[in-house]
Design a binder for this molecule. Sequence first.
Ligand code: SAH
Ligand code: MG
Length: 212
Amino acid sequence: MDFAAVDDFLLAHLGGDDDVLAAALARADAAGLPAINVSAPQGKFLYLLARLVGAHRILEIGTLAGYSTLWLARGLADGGHLDTIEIDAGHADVATANFAAAGLADRITLHRGAALDVLSDLAGPYDLVFIDADKQNNAVYFDHAVRLGRPGTLIIVDNVVRGGDILAPLDEKALGTVALFAALKVDPRVEATALQLAGAKGWDGIIVARVR
Ligand code: SAH
Ligand code: MG
């Protein structure tokens, strides 16, 4: 028994990827993209969060092949829109194809470029922000998320446990994540918690924050 087998059990009972989402992952794999997307239960969790907050505007930082994007976009309220940011042109091309194949291209704007550049040009307020790009800039991305939010905006940050590496951060991704935790410790603008997650993608976690 392992985390992946339990994920299979959960998905078999509660539902996960349909044909469109499976095809999105297959297109990513065929293009040689790394399989660092959220897992299916995590994707459905993002979808449910979007539904629960009634999200009309969602911002995602870090698109990859658009797997998490598709889950989030499916959770948009009627007439809602999602902005997602991706620096890698090859990743963005695959994501663009996935959005079209899913019939969701009209609900998603893919911004090509470095998040730090794109974020300065965006205007809020967003109802939900999902931060899942390079981890070195997490604290800056979080700052933008708050700026682009409003009271009640939900901010999710992915990969904040890193197999426990945050306790003894050595690489710049773990260091960037710890820098975000240090910033949150003294940030009066949000109330936040973090959850450890285990599953097919191993041991990691998310920050869940609400703008005051
Ligand atoms: N959210 C996706 C996974 C994203 S992986 C999912 O769960 O399906 C992280 C992505 O962030 C990669 O595609 C990487 O190219 C992108 N990225 C890395 N640095 C970036 C930056 N500075 N600006 C924008 N995107 C960046
Ligand atoms: Mg991630």
